[in-house]
Each structure stands twice: as structure tokens, then as C-alpha cells.
Design a protein. Structure first.
Length: 130
């Protein structure tokens, strides 16, 4: 069996936690290509929270940025994506909802595409297909 990719999920804690829970649940499926450990920082954005995120990203393979309606205003998501970029971590933007407008974090590159969230798509994206 192939080694599962270790995933960090960046999301807007105030608006998209339900989507994060659903995505983390997919890691439990028998054919899942990824493993998820909850590395979210649940405390207010103060003090050394960015250092905590940096340490948590040390042991991951891929960062999934869940994009919802308010992601462009979520400073924590923007900071997490910046950290992933600084650490040269593989990442992709995933539309958290099929029926809502999904916005990119402010730190996303203009070339970053937002991908549709389907099980087949997710497996390809985690495998590096982008």
C-alpha cells in the first residue's frame, strides 16, 4: 500500500469549520490517499501562533487551503498560506462549497487555481496532479 500523504488543512475557522470536518472525515475512507492530523490553531491570533503553525507544517506533505465565501478576509488563512509558500510546501486551493462563491486568501498567487471538491479530484490533487 502506498504511503499516505500528511495533510495540513488551512481554513476560515469562523465560517468554514464544517467543511474542514467533512474534508478530515474523507481521510478515514479506505481508499484515501491522505492522513489528517488536526494542526489548526484554535486560539486567538496572537503571540507565537505563527511559530506553532511553522512547526506543525514541518511534518506535512501537502497544504489544502479550503476556500469559502470569506476566505479573502481570513488573515489566519493568508498567514498559513504564506508560511506554506515560505517552507516550499506543496499546496492547492479547494472550493469548500459547490453552491457558494469561494474567494482566495490574499496571499494566494494570481496563478493559483481554485479546484472543485470531488473525491476523484481530491485524490489527484493530493497526488500532485495540478
Amino acid at each position: 500500500m502506498a504511503t499516505k500523504k500528511r495533510v495540513f488543512i488551512s481554513f476560515d475557522y469562523d465560517h468554514d469549520e464544517d467543511a474542514k470536518i467533512m474534508l478530515a472525515g474523507q481521510a478515514k475512507l479506505p481508499d484515501s490517499p491522505f492522513d489528517f492530523k488536526d494542526a489548526s490553531v484554535k486560539e486567538p491570533l496572537s503571540g507565537d501562533w505563527k511559530d506553532k503553525v511553522r512547526r506543525r507544517m514541518d511534518n506535512i506533505d501537502v497544504v489544502i487551503v479550503l476556500c469559502g465565501e470569506h476566505t479573502d478576509k481570513a488573515s489566519g488563512v493568508a498567514a498559513e498560506l504564506t508560511i506554506a509558500q515560505e517552507k516550499d510546501k506543496s499546496y492547492f486551493l479547494l472550493a469548500a462549497y459547490a453552491d457558494k462563491t469561494c474567494t482566495k486568501p490574499t496571499s494566494a498567487k494570481s496563478s493559483d487555481k481554485t479546484y472543485k471538491w470531488t473525491w476523484d479530484n481530491l485524490k489527484k490533487l493530493i497526488g500532485g496532479g495540478r
